[in-house]
Write a protein that binds this ligand. Structure first.
Ligand SMILES: [Fe+2]
Ligand SMILES: [Fe+2]
Length: 185
C-alpha cells in the first residue's frame, strides 16, 4: 500500500521559449505526478465518498486525459527512438522498450475503465459500479508502479548516460511543440 500523500502534488515544469530545457528531468517529474495519481486512485478505490474524493477524482482525471497521452507520446516518439539509436547492444534496450510499448497500449484499456467513473466522482456522484471501479483503480496503480520502476530505474538513467546534449535539446523542442509551446528558431 502506498504511503505517498495525495495532498502534495508535484508541479508541472515551466516550458521556456527554447523548449523544455531538461527533457529527461521533465519525464521524471511526470512520473512523480503519476505516482500521486496512483495514490489518489487507491484512496478513491477505498472510499469514493471521502471528503477529498471529488478533488482527487478531478486531479486523476486531468492527468489521465491530458498529461498521460502527451507523456506516452514523448516516450514513444522521442525518447525510445533516441535510445534505440544511442544504446550499445549490452544495454539490451530493445527488450525493455518492447515491454514498455506493450504496457502503453494497456494504458488505453485502463483509461476506458476509469474515465467514466472518475467523471462521476468529480461531479459529486458515484460510479455506476463502485466495485468494478475499485478493481480497475487498484490494478492501474499496481501496473503503473511497475512500469515506473522500469522507466525510473533503467530507461531514464540510461538516457542520461547515452543521449547527447544535441539529442536532449532536440527532444526538448519536440516535447514543447507537442504541448503547443513557443519554440525558438
Ligand atoms: Fe513514463
Ligand atoms: Fe511509459
Amino acid at each position: 500500500m502506498t504511503t505517498e500523500p495525495t495532498s502534495h502534488r508535484p508541479e508541472k515544469a515551466a516550458i521556456g521559449p527554447e523548449g523544455i530545457r531538461h527533457p529527461i528531468e521533465f519525464l521524471f517529474a511526470d512520473h512523480d505526478r503519476l505516482r500521486v495519481v496512483c495514490a489518489a486512485l487507491e484512496r478513491l478505490a477505498n472510499d469514493c465518498t471521502a471528503e477529498d474524493a471529488q478533488e482527487n477524482a478531478a486531479f486523476a482525471l486531468s492527468y489521465l486525459e491530458s498529461e498521460l497521452p502527451l507523456h506516452i507520446a514523448d516516450e514513444e516518439q522521442d525518447l525510445f527512438p533516441l535510445l534505440k539509436r544511442r544504446c550499445a547492444p549490452d544495454d539490451e534496450i530493445d527488450t525493455i522498450l518492447a515491454l514498455l510499448n506493450d504496457e502503453h497500449e494497456a494504458d488505453q484499456e485502463y483509461q476506458l475503465r476509469l474515465l467514466e467513473p472518475l467523471r462521476s466522482i468529480a461531479a459529486g456522484a458515484q460510479p455506476a459500479d463502485t466495485v468494478e471501479f475499485g478493481h480497475a483503480a487498484r490494478a492501474f496503480s499496481v501496473f503503473q508502479r511497475r512500469h515506473l520502476a522500469w522507466e525510473n530505474g533503467t530507461v531514464l538513467p540510461l538516457a542520461r548516460k547515452r543521449l547527447t546534449a544535441a539529442d536532449q535539446a532536440d527532444m526538448g523542442r519536440r516535447m514543447a511543440d507537442r504541448r503547443r509551446s513557443p519554440v525558438a528558431g
